[in-house]
Design a protein around this ligand. Structure first.
Ligand code: IVH
Length: 676
């Protein structure tokens, strides 16, 4: 039945169309037509309609990019068309040999030109997307080429993957799209920085990070990783036929996919070689990693005639660039002390050029890593630049050993403050135990002001070093008490820059709660965790007072994180810090976008739902509570304020009765919401 004009259904449909369009302009074309605030308004209007009319929610609604509960395990799907792999060509000679082979198989004279489409070979993870009637229904990994893992929920979070194809695609009954999911250098670095900060193992390169992100059981983690996808081919495409591969790329573009802007038709193998050489030189200018060029015979007819051999098409080849490595000599292994006291061994080497930049340091992560690679001072080593960002020490050239190399031992004392170093039995990290270690303090302050945290412009390392060394700052809150004169008195600090820094510090006082929470540098609390926790509480005070139980009731927060947060807030040092932050007037906005709710019957209250509600899904009801300043938790305790009971309630109803917690039915809850 067609929706009436102006009905919520019609408005929702219109909003979806509009949002999809703007999403496409922003993420795929990089040409936004409206402001972020304008976009948020549209999203919020759609969210409101869907909250009031949950029956109108469709799987392809832009509100549904993250919607599913964490999975127990990834399922398996069978690809309708197998996902093939490619033969490799190393060097120009092998590319020419490929071209000759193609012509021989087609009975063409060697001098006859064959046109190829040349595409950059993005170093990511191959995926297949199935669209039925224009709507994304399945997303899968390549797997063994025949069966892949079902990663639909995770792929839905990627903004360059349309949940519904653009209208120009004409809603084909069935379409399989093939593409490469990847992370930009910038995102890769951001993720690894965050992992380093919370003591997690680092990803070796962007491809591993992309693969790890896409295979998460909890799609909210994937959503926080800002993955991207470039579409490069089709599997099943019913009702469609294409004369050339180029036409397929054009079709993918019309469907709303991101297609590489660098793909090009090369009319001869010589042009193809020029393309490969050009990108071999220029690949460092790309914001993501490529490991070669894929060349595909352009004509669909010729592709069909060439066919397949084992699991690879005869009409395509992967031209691979040689891995970028260099050898150098380790002159020293120093230990750097991080924000949490983690003592990280770092190899200091003779400067050497890899992937177009000079490298002289390589992080060795921890003591075990040094042992495993058996790196010694004086060793000749092979360096690789993983993701063009982080230089990695690959291995030691043991044949070059002279016997004079010195093994590394983790020092027993912190090299900066001289406190004891400690390595707990189950941990790989050795930590400085000094509570006033200046190295830790500098890193903590620097982190507090960094872009992902309180985002204080001008709080660079040079400035922070001086603030700590002169004793002006002893914890992050002290920055809010700095005077213009104090800052201006530092080296290399002009009057104007000093006032800019003071203004930036002042401006950070009302950063959203998730940023402040992250900035505190609580172990295990990175950006995503901070977002989740901040969204569940009205303010920092509420988080500080929360019990381990209440914290671990939040979806996505396990006992380890909950314990870590509770322990942090119980520390004497934290109490002092909180007092100072309050005194300085650091009052975060509770949530990143919406204004804080400070009044109403639900503010600060914890609510548990049990049984089925008729007017809301569980998620909507919980979201509503959060929006109205309360907390939605999953288990009943004495501290629970309300238990809302729907149809077929569980044991939480009994527990609420035993503990004397206020019990509401759905109508009671609705009245409470109305009063808010
Ligand atoms: S076409 C039958 N095109 O490289 C054709 N693959 O070595 C199959 N890749 O598994 C792949 N960029 O993961 C193709 N523009 C591109 C690509 C690309 C990256 C990856 C893909 C594939 C692997 C083959």
């Amino acid at each position: 039945m067609p929706a009436e004009k102006d009905s919520p259904a019609a408005r929702a449909q219109e909003l979806r169309r509009e949002i999809n369009h703007h999403n496409y302009r922003y993420y795929v074309l990089d040409q936004p037509e409206i402001s972020d605030a304008g976009f948020d308004r549209l999203m919020r209007e759609l969210e409101r309609i869907e909250a009031a009319h949950p029956e109108l929610i469709t799987p392809d609604s832009p509100t549904q990019r993250v919607g599913a509960a964490p999975a127990e395990e990834l399922g398996t799907v069978e690809h309708r068309t197998p996902m093939l792999s490619l033969g490799n060509a190393f060097g120009t000679d092998e590319l020419v040999a490929f071209d000759r082979r193609v012509k021989r198989m087609l009975d063409m004279p060697e001098a006859a030109p064959i046109a190829y489409v040349a595409e950059l070979k993005v170093d990511g993870l191959a995926v297949s997307l199935t669209y039925e009637g224009g709507v994304l229904t399945i997303g899968a990994t390549r797997g063994d080429g025949v069966h892949g893992e079902d990663i639909t929920q995770n792929l839905r979070t990627i903004n360059t993957i349309p949940l519904r194809l653009l209208d120009a695609a004409g809603a084909p009954r069935l379409l399989e799209v093939r593409g490469e999911v990847f992370l930009s250098h910038e995102e890769f670095k951001r993720i690894n920085d965050e992992r380093a900060a919370s003591g997690e193992a680092l990803f070796a390169n962007p491809r591993n990070a992309a693969a790890g992100s896409v295979r998460q059981l909890d799609s909210r983690i994937t959503a926080g990783r800002n993955l991207d996808m470039i579409a490069h081919g089709l599997g099943v495409a019913e009702e469609r036929s294409f004369e050339t591969h180029w036409d397929r790329l054009e079709f993918l573009r019309a469907c709303g996919f991101k297609v590489s802007p660098h793909a090009q038709v090369c009319d001869t193998v010589d042009e193809l070689i020029v393309f490969c050489d050009h990108w071999g030189e220029s690949k460092h200018e790309l914001p993501y990693e490529i490991d070669g060029v894929v060349a595909k015979v352009n004509s669909a007819e010729l592709q069909e005639r060439l066919g397949y051999v084992s699991r690879s098409p005869r009409w395509a080849v992967a031209y691979k660039y040689p891995p970028e490595e260099a050898t150098t000599v380790v002159r020293d292994i120093i230990v750097s002390v991080g924000r949490t006291g983690a003592m990280t061994p770092v190899a200091i080497m003779d400067p050497v050029t890899v992937s177009g930049s000079t490298v002289s340091r390589a992080v060795l992560h921890n003591e075990d890593e040094v042992r495993r690679k058996d790196v010694r001072v004086g060793d000749t080593v092979i360096i690789h630049k993983a993701g063009e960002v982080i230089p990695e020490l690959v291995s030691v050239v043991t044949s070059k050993r002279t016997g004079k190399e010195k093994p590394f031992h983790m020092p027993k004392k912190c090299p900066v403050c001289g406190s004891d170093a400690e390595r707990l039995p189950d941990e790989a990290v050795t930590r400085c135990t000094g509570i006033a270690c200046p190295a830790q303090l500098k890193q903590r302050i620097f982190f507090f002001g960094s872009r992902g945290a309180m985002d204080i412009e001008g709080m660079g390392e040079v400035l922070v070093d001086q603030l700590v060394e002169r004793g002006l700052v002893k914890d992050p809150a002290d920055i809010y008490f700095l005077t213009q004169e104090q800052v201006a008195s530092l080296d290399r600090m002009a009057e104007k820059s000093a006032s800019n820094v003071i203004a930036a510090i002042e401006g950070s006082k009302r950063r959203p709660l998730n940023r402040l929470l992250r900035a505190l540098g609580i172990p295990h609390v990175g950006g995503t965790v901070a977002d989740v926790v901040a969204a569940s509480f009205a303010g920092l005070e509420e988080i500080r007072k929360a019990s381990v139980e209440e914290l671990s009731d939040i979806e996505g927060i396990g006992p380890v994180i909950a314990e870590s947060i509770a322990v942090f807030f119980r520390q004497e040092q934290t109490k002092v810090l909180m007092k100072k932050l309050r005194k300085a007037g650091v009052v975060p906005e509770p949530r990143a976008q919406s204004p804080p709710v400070t009044e109403g019957p639900l503010v600060g209250k914890s609510v548990v739902f049990t049984g089925e509600l008729s007017g809301y899904t569980r998620e909507e009801a919980e979201e509503l509570v959060r929006r109205l300043g309360g907390r939605a938790t999953s288990s009943v305790s004495k501290k629970t304020d309300y238990v809302v009971v729907g149809e077929n309630p569980g044991s939480k109803h009994d527990k609420a009765q035993q503990l004397g917690v206020t019990i509401l039915d759905e109508d009671g809850f609705r009245r409470l919401v109305k009063r808010s």
